[in-house]
Design a protein around this ligand. Structure first.
Ligand code: FES
Length: 147
């Protein structure tokens, strides 16, 4: 049911933890399943993500997608990180079962929320970034129709 990569990231999550005095922190949840994900970004003066950590209180797929998402944005610029969609995270994990697609959306949204926090703290606008939602429950319905 789950790919080897999903199982690997679930059993050995990368970048789990938190960053003190992070440049940006984003927390999102899904009221339907009750899962919560928090992302911490450490962004340097040139706008590059030097470090990223996550904490996920959620299902195995949410842990695996958080872990993969942190790997995909680490070392990237803010703009590049913005382009890491839930689809990209799923592809990097060799797919997720359809009922678990929404878990990857939590990862995408948590990164966006952390970027939003970073932008607000620094009084900047990140092109293409819109205000993140704190509950992805509504977005989830749109996404599941696409898969
Ligand atoms: Fe809710 Fe996976 S079941 S994030």
């Amino acid at each position: 049911m789950y790919s080897e990569k999903v199982m690997d990231h679930f059993n050995n999550p990368r970048n789990m933890g938190e960053i003190e005095d992070a440049s940006g922190v984003g927390t999102v949840g899904n009221a339907k399943c009750g899962d919560i994900m928090r992302m911490y970004l450490d962004i340097d003066d040139s706008g590059r993500i030097q470090d990223v950590k996550f904490k996920t209180f959620g299902c195995g797929a949410a842990v695996a997608t958080s872990s993969m998402a942190t790997e995909l944005v680490k070392g990237k610029t803010v703009q590049e990180a913005l382009a890491v969609t839930n689809k990209a995270v799923m592809e990097a994990l060799d797919g997720l079962p359809p009922v678990k697609v929404h878990c990857s959306l939590l990862a995408e949204e948590a990164i966006h929320a952390a970027l939003w926090d970073y932008a607000e703290k620094n009084h900047i606008t990140i092109e293409g970034l819109s205000r993140p939602v704190s509950d992805i429950g509504e977005k989830e319905e749109d996404v599941e129709e696409d898969y």
